[in-house]
Design a protein around this ligand. Structure first.
Ligand code: ATP
Length: 372
């Protein structure tokens, strides 16, 4: 008979209070190691914050905690993640790590990553999508590019690392939490031909933004290395806006093929885009091109084309900087409605001129040497 009981957060806390860390003799609740406990229907997720030096020895504790929660009536899925809370560097791994992710550390303690460590098994190319500031449509562009590349026959993954507003679950119409049948690897979700994982699926809604640096870095590392991507031609990474820790970590932890920067044509957005480009130069990350979003506005009633933000700024900027201009996307109600409704315009209306804009950009991107 199916159990229709709903588990409560208190029951999860009580189960975790029965799991003792042999190193300290304290349980996970008393030691304040169980964080971000979230119950959503029959899915439970939590993070166990550990000293990275004890990563390997804590895996059995993580497994025991996951099993104890899974045994509770009303629980069907458990995501239990080990994460580091201090800055000790960890040995790097090339496959399915079990302990906490390596920590970036600070200043002089940071070790340069070895190139061999930076490859993600099964992932041929990593292409972050960045923007200098929020709200320029980076997530909309990422989702549509992912669907467009998939429509062109590429095996595409999309990793949503936008901690300030993880919107890919909504844009790609995927919900629920990814499962981890073996407690170590994470199974991604899939829709519109795109394999996806989002930081929004890994942590309770609204909580990612308050995570401290090392926890975020841990989550990023886990999304890169523990997700069963299953063979990808390209993994797009929807970065948070700006030039923070996540951008830095990605370029240090993974072999990035080249970044794509999204901007609106406004001067101020272009100024911010320049900062993002500067950051990529400093981290020696190649830039594959600039995309202008919300370029022109075509009135749905009369067809008049207005250049609200002064169209063409990004193309001129790209030329000035000597980077490819990948194309422009109009400001269009259907693009917003489609993306916000769970089917990017390329999936919802593939024959529309708006979808064509994204398909053309995807073709230009796919035609670059780094993508062939
Ligand atoms: N070309 C466009 N036409 C119409 N609406 C758009 C377009 N691009 C994005 N939008 C809408 O603008 C809003 C912000 O877009 P989106 O979330 O993609 O931006 P973002 O740069 O990823 O933002 P942030 O990273 O700050 O969350 C969304 O509601 C989206 O549907």
């Amino acid at each position: 008979m199916t159990d229709t009981r709903t588990v409560t957060r208190e029951e999860v806390v009580a189960a975790l209070a029965r799991i003792v860390d042999p190193g300290t003799g304290k349980d996970l609740i008393a030691a304040d190691m169980a964080k971000a406990i979230s119950v959503s229907g029959d899915s439970v997720s939590f993070v166990i914050e550990v000293d990275p030096a004890r990563g390997a020895e804590m895996e059995p504790v993580r497994a025991a905690a996951a099993a104890a929660v899974e045994a509770l009536p009303g629980v069907a899925r458990v995501s239990a993640i080990l994460t580091a809370h201090s800055a000790e560097p960890q040995p790097s791994r090339t496959s399915t790590p079990k302990g906490p992710p390596p920590d970036l550390g600070t200043g002089g303690r940071r070790k340069p990553a070895q190139p061999a460590d930076k490859r993600i098994p099964g992932v041929d190319r990593i292409v972050p999508i960045a923007s200098g500031k929020g709200g320029v449509g980076k997530s909309t562009v990422s989702a549509n590019l992912a669907v467009a590349l998939a429509a062109q026959g590429k095996r595409v993954g999309l990793l949503d690392a936008d901690v300030y507003g993880p919107s890919q679950p909504r844009m790609l119409g995927i919900s629920g939490r990814p499962s981890s049948p073996d407690g170590t690897t994470i199974l991604p979700l899939r829709n519109h031909g795109v394999t996806a994982i989002s930081i929004g699926m890994m942590v309770p809604e609204g909580e990612a933004v308050i995570w401290r640096g090392p926890m975020l870095m841990g989550a990023l590392e886990q999304m890169l290395r523990q997700v069963q991507w299953g063979g990808l031609d390209v993994l797009l990474v929807d970065l948070p806006p700006g030039t923070g820790d996540v951008q830095l970590t990605l370029s240090q932890k993974a072999e990035v093929t080249g970044a794509v920067v999204v901007s609106t044509p406004q001067d101020i957005a272009l100024l911010d885009a320049r900062k993002a480009l500067d950051m990529f130069r400093k981290t020696e990350t190649p830039v594959m091109g600039l995309i202008e979003n919300m370029s022109t506005y075509v009135c749905p009633s009369c067809g008049h084309e207005a250049h609200i933000f002064g169209h063409g700024g990004a193309a001129r900027e790209a030329e000035k900087l000597g980077i490819p201009f990948l194309g422009a996307v109009p400001l269009d109600l259907d693009i917003r409605l489609a993306g916000d409704g769970g089917a990017p315009i390329v999936a919802a209306k593939p024959a529309s001129p708006q979808a064509r804009a994204f398909l053309d950009i995807a073709e230009r991107l796919a035609g670059l040497d780094a993508m062939r």
